[in-house]
Design a protein around this ligand. Sequence first.
Ligand SMILES: [Zn+2]
Length: 288
Amino acid sequence: MLTTGKPILEAARSGHYAVAQINLNNLEWCKAALLTAEREQAPLILGVTEAAVNYMGGFRTVAGMAIGMNEDLNITVPIALQLDHAGYEACLQAMDAGFTAVMYDGSAKAWEENLEQTAALAAICRRRNVSLEAEVGSIAGEEDGVVGTGELASPEQCEAISACGITCLAAGIGNVHGSYPADWRGLSFETLEAIKAKTDLPLVLHGGSGIPEDMMREAIRRGICKVNVNTECQQAFAAAIRTWVHSAEGQEAKSDRLPRFLAPGVAAIERVIAGKIRLFGSAGRAFG
Ligand SMILES: [Zn+2]
């Protein structure tokens, strides 16, 4: 059942669990995420980067697929369709196409401009019943051209942007996009507590791939309500297909049928998604 991010995140905050945001990269990923959420009876957010939107054809293609599949597969758990790390114009295009949630990422802009554009979008999102995630500071790593130098968000900036009428807030607490470096110093719970002292909004952790499970549980216990996962699914999908292609079964002629070829990858991402849903505590929480 398609909804906005707002009820999903508010339920997560009051229930002390986190919702998984799983990125869509094609039809198989959309289906894997929806079916796994339904099987786990978990709310879920489908995230789509602008690069993935362009790859798949455009906003209407992605929205049409996600909305149609939600209905065709009789998905009953709450699902939001969110544009991930986007500019102002792309957020508007996504809303026009039927996305129920957008993330405006003004972190590469001057702070005043980020604040101003976030506030302007918040007013539009409120009118159009679309949830809005904003970002303060930058999150290290590379994601579709948005590059940040790993940092801890300013609690004062978190307070100011929260007053704009946004739905949830992404703030750097030492997390990074992509794989974590060997010398990573871990999440800063001190920063998380300082941000929580300044805002009641649901907090979002980007770069959810590769954070040790104990550290993840602690972050959720301390108020993280949404965790974005992409890299781990990408790695699992590619590794499973690569292994299968080189196997005896994969070398058979009948393996050239597309569904058969992609099936090992689909099974692998379904395992990753189910594992995250359980780790984040959202399994069985679709209806309270
Ligand atoms: Zn991100």
